[in-house]
Design a protein around this ligand. Structure first.
Ligand code: NAD
Ligand code: TYD
Length: 352
């Protein structure tokens, strides 16, 4: 008899694959079920090192598919959910908001309904953990930090869909006493990050000596956390977080986009044996993202003091690790950037 049976949605994506890996390796007496539709962002190559573990199972499924969810909850006797499945890229959300509403809002409601139904209102020992983002709090000026009580003020279709799903999760706690917990994390980076997001896109373009498209003046600020530190926070919150609570996750690591891209270029010049300054010459300022949030910055005090979590990886070391991983995994990069990625890139960057 396994101690717990946990459904991880979106486990083939960037953060989800790190969470699956951590849980499979750390909890040999848990059954870990990865439920993923395998969209463009989901890739089973991200999980090669754990896919043969006896207590790991993959189910190809859509969170919108109520029947499939019900079957999966029953078959695996699921008693905990870590919900990461989502459409996650702001630029895509501006192009296609409907898809974000359908997956992120309706998909989350379907999953909440499935948990409620499967657990038949007997919630003893059960947990529904929803992974959210600091973007739901909106955009900061030069001062201040997001705390868990900062009012929600989403400004992109992506963050609006995440904020809405957060509210549905809390509504299920309020209306049905479903035991839920939510965390909101700052920008992640690390291995297996799909190269449509800033850091892996820049790494891929430096490797291929292509222009490095910096939006606007490059002055927007993001608060970066190494993905393994996020996965560790998810582990702690899943096991120790209190029902009905929200926990912020971040490492006080704010960078202006342009400064980050310069640092990345310096690291890559060294790793690739290029002349100092060669990669930075590729920097190209392009048309800004519409409604571009200026600054995100998390105050993670509650998670640190109440649950004892703290980030472990310093930024430059994490960036070096990330660059090393991409250089050692060119095959992965080639696979994910062939086919549909090319069309996406043309469409997104040709008119900037
Ligand atoms: P990702 O885009 O890399 O992965 C998303 C995964 O969800 C993919 O494997 C995809 O196949 C799967 N998926 C999408 N639609 C699905 C559906 N209908 N049914 C089943 N599976 C589906 O995303 P990520 O960056 O790993 O983010 C994971 C979660 O963390 C998201 O909820 C996101 O909002 C949140 N988050 C991300 C960041 C970040 O910096 N990337 C920061 C904070 C929070
Ligand atoms: P991104 O990785 O898309 O994350 P998010 O928008 O969710 O924070 O972008 C991070 C920052 O980098 C954001 O300010 C937009 C900027 N950016 C660029 O300047 N150029 C790019 O090609 C991309 C993808 C992002």
């Amino acid at each position: 008899m396994t101690k717990r049976s946990i459904l991880i949605t979106g486990g083939a994506g960037f953060i989800g694959s790190h969470v699956v890996r951590l849980f499979v390796n750390k909890y040999p007496d848990y059954q870990i079920v990865n439920y993923d539709k395998l969209t463009y962002a989901g890739n089973l190559e991200n999980l090669r090192d754990v896919e043969k573990s006896a207590h790991y199972k993959f189910v190809k499924g859509d969170i919108l598919d109520a029947e499939m969810l019900q079957k999966t909850f029953l078959e695996f006797q699921i008693d905990g959910v870590v919900h990461l499945a989502a459409e996650s890229h702001v630029d895509r959300s501006i192009e296609n908001p409907d898809e974000f509403a359908i997956t992120n809002i309706i998909g989350t409601i379907r999953l909440l309904n499935a948990a409620k139904k499967a657990w038949q209102n007997n919630f003893e020992g059960k947990r529904f953990y929803h992974i959210s983002t600091d973007e739901v709090y909106g955009s900061l000026g030069a001062e201040g930090f997001f705390t868990e009580t900062t009012p929600l003020d989403p400004r992109s279709p992506y963050s609006a869909s995440k904020a809405s799903s957060d509210q549905f999760v809390l509504a299920f706690e309020n209306s049905y006493h479903l035991p839920v917990v939510i965390s909101r994390c700052s920008n992640n980076y690390g291995p297996y990050h799909f190269p449509e997001k800033l850091i892996p896109l820049m790494i891929n373009n430096v490797i291929n000596e292509k222009p490095l498209p910096v939006y606007g003046k490059g002055e927007n600020i993001r608060d970066w956390l190494f993905v393994e530190d996020h996965a560790k926070a998810i582990d702690v919150i899943f096991h120790k977080g209190k029902n009905g609570e929200v926990y912020n996750i971040g490492g006080h690591n704010e960078w202006k986009n342009i400064d980050l891209v310069h640092l990345l270029c310096e690291i890559m010049d060294k790793k690739l044996g290029r002349t100092k300054g060669a990669s930075a010459k590729l920097i190209t300022y392009v048309k800004d993202r519409p409604g571009h949030d200026m600054r995100y910055a998390i105050n993670p005090t509650k998670t640190k003091t109440e649950l004892g979590w703290a980030p472990t990886i310093q930024f430059e070391a994490g960036l070096e690790k990330t660059v090393d991983w991409y250089l050692a995994n060119k095959e992965w990069l080639n696979h994910v950037t062939s086919g549909a990625y090319r069309g996406y890139y043309e469409n997104m960057y040709s008119n900037r």
